[in-house]
Design a protein around this ligand. Structure first.
Ligand SMILES: Cc1ncc(COP(=O)(O)O)c(C=O)c1O
Length: 380
């Protein structure tokens, strides 16, 4: 089967800046400062500023950014952390990695973001923090989050792995809570040539602890004041990310333009049960993913539509097919099928359409045409 519209195409991003990327790699090669080198501190400073914070601490992955970031905020054993059931499992793995107890809650079916009303119900005297996941590139409302945190006296630790430079209500993703985690997995809006992550914060103490935790608990060579780990963003990856960072805003606005075209073209299909996830943040949504819901009123089921699109050469994804509470690894948490009905329903009905800077209008038209033909086939 020839792929006519890939789900993601990283080459369209990298080819135009190939020379400068190669030069950046060459520079690290010449300098030889592979661990905690100059390009890393440059990138940490630049990315922290881009996310409206002061300190950036590069780590090996977004998962480590959550696990170590929570620890840097003194969140761990004996603490409960509220997070959505509808997220990539790494959010949950990060909480477990920090030694805290994960408390899952349901999501808002219109946006797929954490339901703060449900989160309020989950508060106990042990609740130390909430992790809003800025899923698909849309922030959880900062004003509502801050209100929640003030009311319940808990910390906000943002999972901004899908939200590089997203904005809402005048806030930048990463700047709302005590600290935030980003991922630079290659297909993220800002992606490395391998794994990578970062914690950003405005708090100097959190930043200092975080720097130790990623570096064997040490800030002075061979003196270890706590037990950390080895999780540093490679200088080489930081050098690549440094070159890519100035293009991020442009790439994000390309994604927004693509999303707006999808929105326009899909609007007539709402009556047939094809509903895009709601954008509640206007131009601040950075569309890491463009997700539609194939709801109960649609003559097609999600699997059928996905199969038809695949047959038409269009790659799609599902983010995510199994909510966290139903993942076998976490059965010990004691959650059951039926605990989070909105997350469960979304996992059956959502479909992510191709989305990347460089996706052509003609390709978007192919996606829309293929959806229309699938619906017609079914109706006839
Ligand atoms: C919402 C979310 N949280 C955490 C992560 C973990 O990031 P990483 O894959 O870099 O460990 C990801 C990405 O994979 C993610 O999408």
């Amino acid at each position: 089967m020839t792929i006519k519209v890939p789900f993601v195409d990283l080459n369209s991003q990298h080819e135009p800046i190939q020379t400068q990327l190669q030069q950046a790699i060459q520079d690290v090669f010449a300098k030889g400062d592979f661990i905690l080198g100059q390009a890393l501190s440059d990138f940490e400073t630049a990315f922290a500023a881009a996310s409206g914070t002061e300190y950036g601490i590069g780590v090996a992955s977004g998962t480590d950014a959550i696990a170590l970031g929570l620890q840097a905020c003194h969140i761990g054993a004996g603490d409960e952390v509220i997070l959505p059931a509808n997220t990539f499992v790494a959010t949950l793995i990060g909480v477990v990695g920090a030694g805290a107890k994960p408390i899952l809650v349901d999501c808002d079916p219109k946006t797929a973001l954490i339901d703060l009303e449900a989160a309020s119900q989950a508060i106990t005297p042990q609740t130390k923090a909430i992790i809003p996941v800025h899923l698909y590139g849309q922030m959880v409302s900062p004003s509502q989050l801050l209100n929640f945190a003030n009311t319940h006296k808990v910390l906000i630790f943002e999972d901004a792995a899908q939200a590089h430079r997203a904005e809402r209500e005048g806030y930048k993703a990463g700047s709302v809570g005590i600290a935030a985690a980003f991922s630079f997995y290659p297909s993220k809006n800002l992606g490395a040539f391998g794994d990578g992550g970062m914690v950003v914060t405005k708090d100097a103490d959190v930043a200092a602890k975080m720097r130790r935790l990623r570096n064997y608990g040490s800030s002075q060579k061979y003196v270890h004041i706590e037990s950390g780990t080895n999780s540093r963003l490679d200088t080489l990856q930081a050098a690549i990310l440094n070159q890519k960072l100035p293009y991020l805003s442009g790439w994000n606005s390309d994604r927004l333009t693509i999303a707006q075209m999808y929105d326009r073209e899909l609007a007539p299909l709402a009556a047939a049960g094809i509903i895009p996830m709601e954008n509640q943040s206007g131009t601040g949504h950075i569309y890491h993913l463009y997700v539609i819901k194939i709801d109960d009123s649609c003559p097609l089921e999600r699997q059928q539509l996905q199969a038809q699109l695949t047959a038409a050469g269009i790659q799609t994804g599902i983010h995510y097919p199994i909510p966290c509470h139903l993942q076998p690894a976490f059965s010990y948490l004691g959650y059951q099928q039926g605990d989070f009905p909105q997350s469960e329903k979304l996992s059956q009905q959502i479909l992510s359409l191709p989305m990347y800077p460089g996706l052509k209008n003609s390709q978007i038209t192919e996606v829309i045409d293929a959806i229309n033909s699938s619906l017609k086939l079914k109706q006839n």
